[in-house]
Design a protein around this ligand. Structure first.
Ligand code: ZN
Length: 251
């Protein structure tokens, strides 16, 4: 059966159902899938109506919607993946088994990390015995440097780590969502503990952060501010600061 050329995708299906999934149902899908592709765990995903397919759906039933990354969604469209496989993974998603969703950062050269308004180049940060930021050279000439980082929420629970240029977002968070090149992690409805923007190929920018490590708080209340506090007292207040080749250790 041929298809007439026309608009790429209808806003509504033949039952009048909009593609827009209500926010509360989308959040439920994200949580039940562990915030990543149910098959491979990647953080950047589509909402895939698999039971029934969107064209046949009369509502957005979370049980029939799975998070799928572009690659796995493409495999489904090209008939290399069955609906039964997706349904099985929806019930036992990879991220729930591993504890995280992931994404590789497309970095080249020596990574630059912006924490709010402060820029860090070749400047590791250690706080309360934990490595907050670290860059290692590539394992051989010509391969990218390796960025590692650790982010917790305001009560000290890990929400995201970067290991050798791969971010791993914890499935234990209240919400994790990827959109517009960013990963946003919330502890509550409007309680953002981390908004991290990928800045390929240079590095990453932390646009919002509210994390605790021991008696320390690291905060980026906006894109221009970096605050480090110890027992409520401000130790560093940096706006448009550049840290280049400095090791910051607060133990
Ligand atoms: Zn996938």
């Amino acid at each position: 059966m041929g298809r007439k050329p026309g608009p790429r995708k209808s806003e509504v299906n033949r039952h009048g159902l909009s593609r827009d999934i209500p926010a509360d149902r989308a959040l439920r899908v994200r949580r039940e899938c562990g915030f990543g592709c149910v098959l491979c765990g990647k953080s950047v995903v589509h909402y895939d109506h698999f039971n029934p397919e969107f064209k046949d759906a009369t509502d957005h039933d979370p049980a029939g919607i799975a998070l799928l990354c572009g690659g796995c969604h493409d495999e489904k469209s090209r008939k290399y993946l069955s609906t039964a496989t997706i349904a099985g993974a929806r019930l036992n998603p990879l991220c729930k088994r591993t504890g995280f969703s992931w994404k590789k950062l497309g970095l080249q050269g020596e990574p630059i990390v912006d924490l709010g308004g402060a820029q860090f180049r070749r400047s590791p940060i250690q706080i309360a015995g934990r490595r907050l930021l670290e860059v290692k050279p590539g394992e051989e000439p010509g391969v990218p440097f390796r960025l590692s980082a650790l982010f917790t929420n305001a009560v000290g629970h890990e929400v995201l780590r970067i290991e050798d240029n791969i971010w791993k977002a914890s499935t234990g968070s209240w919400d994790v969502a990827c959109e517009g090149g960013r990963i946003s992690i919330r502890s509550g409805l409007s309680d953002y503990c981390l908004i991290l923007r990928a800045m390929p190929p240079e590095g990453v920018k932390v646009e919002r952060l509210d994390m605790r490590l021991g008696d320390y708080h690291v905060q980026c209340p906006d894109e221009e501010t970096f605050l480090l506090l110890h027992q409520g007292r401000v130790i560093i207040d940096a706006r448009y600061g550049v840290f280049d080749g400095v090791e910051l250790i607060f133990d």
